[in-house]
Design a protein around this ligand. Sequence first.
Ligand SMILES: Cc1ncc(COP(=O)(O)O)c(C=O)c1O
Length: 380
Amino acid sequence: MAGFRTKAIHVGQEPEEVTGAVAVPVFQTSTYAQKELGAEVQFDYARTINPTRLALERNLAALENGEFGYCFASGMSAIVAALSLVKTGDHVIAAGDMYGGSYRYFARVLSEYNIEFSYVDMRDIANIDHAVRPNTKMIYSETPTNPMMNLTDLGELASFAKKHKLISVVDNTFMSPYFQNPLDHGIDIVVHSATKYIGGHSDLIGGCLVTNRSDIAERVKFYQNSAGAVPGPWDCWLLLRSVKTLAIRMEAHSANAQGIAEFLSTHPKVKAVFYPGLPSHPQHDIANKQMRGFGGMIAFETGSLSNAKRFAAALRLFTLGESLGGVESLVCHPVSMTHGSVPIERRHELGITDGLVRLSCGIEDYEDLLADVKNALEAM
Ligand SMILES: Cc1ncc(COP(=O)(O)O)c(C=O)c1O
């Protein structure tokens, strides 16, 4: 099997048949001419199938070492597609400190349809074990979690799910397929917000779902066509263009983040640093076991809301903004931004304090990012 960079550049992207175009064309069409009434056609309607989207789906499936890939209009719609596999009366065990938007969808939308959720700390599989009920159907995890950078042991999670005949889902957004492949550990479904590292340039919203299970693939494909939250061909084209540089971008994100995390961890004004690449991270051994790199995301504790405000205001290169994974560095205050929809008691339980700051380290020059962070800490 080819290496990651080769797959990123070639899978699904053979030269186009009619003209030989090396870059997959943008098939900007809603429908396709059919030769005669009743003839079997591969391409009938663009919600169902589009050649630019198909190229991306094949490519992302290959990058996640999966057989079946489906693209969606956002990360959330990929997550919604995964959750379409459960129904009224079912129970789902979900990660306690996942992305706030996923929590909002589970707690405020699906709960209204009588789908039950238990939110557990997935650092310890025993917590999942205690939460299992007769009607449990799915385990939904995120590793590392957003924003606390907690890890779930993927191999342990997969064997637990298999033993109890539960569908296992992992949101792999923070690592991207370059640093972590949950399916290799036996996980059933991997989802991504392609808006983040896969897209990498902060210029689109997208999502994908990859699986090796043909029974799941069949249901997701049916759901994708029925619900219709598909990405347009331009966004698919941009994503195809982006994945070609995913490997080199991830190396740069990770190198910058490692250096900044190490610097933060020695700074007297910083109370705690959450980054799996630090030997002081309590799950550093799990990180080494299942991740090939530690990514570009860091969370750290400034101690108070006013410190967090002063730090964010003093930064010059890190832009205050939601999202992550782009080439440009971003700073985010989870309490008031990404995790605003998580109830305050839950946030306290999870350690998402008023003083917590999250950095998405971009691929700018390391010395410039470090100087920016140093300077902002002085202003704090
Ligand atoms: C880990 C994670 N999963 C899913 C999502 C949702 O993705 P999207 O915004 O593309 O719908 C996000 C968005 O921030 C995220 O951080």
